[in-house]
Design a protein around this ligand. Structure first.
Ligand SMILES: [Zn+2]
Length: 74
């Protein structure tokens, strides 16, 4: 094996591995952050309270009266 080929194997393979792992964890963390950041807002039709919950939900009971409300759509 020539010196150039050995150098290529020793430098490019670890670099590609690290780049791959970096991209993988970066995408995973970004997806988790987006999920945490997103809040769903609800308006209670029974008592008029506005409340929010983390994550994407279509229906959540009101913390004040327990009435199940659909999420607000803008
Ligand atoms: Zn309510």
């Amino acid at each position: 094996m020539s010196l150039l080929a050995a150098a290529t194997v020793c430098c490019v393979l670890p670099a590609a591995l690290i780049l791959g792992l970096w991209l993988f964890y970066d995408r995973r963390d970004h997806a988790r952050f987006e999920r945490e950041r997103r809040k769903t807002t609800f308006y209670c039709v029974r008592c008029g309270k506005i409340y929010a919950r983390r994550g994407l939900r279509d229906e959540f009971p009101c913390p004040a009266c327990g009435h199940k409300n659909q999420r607000l759509r803008f």
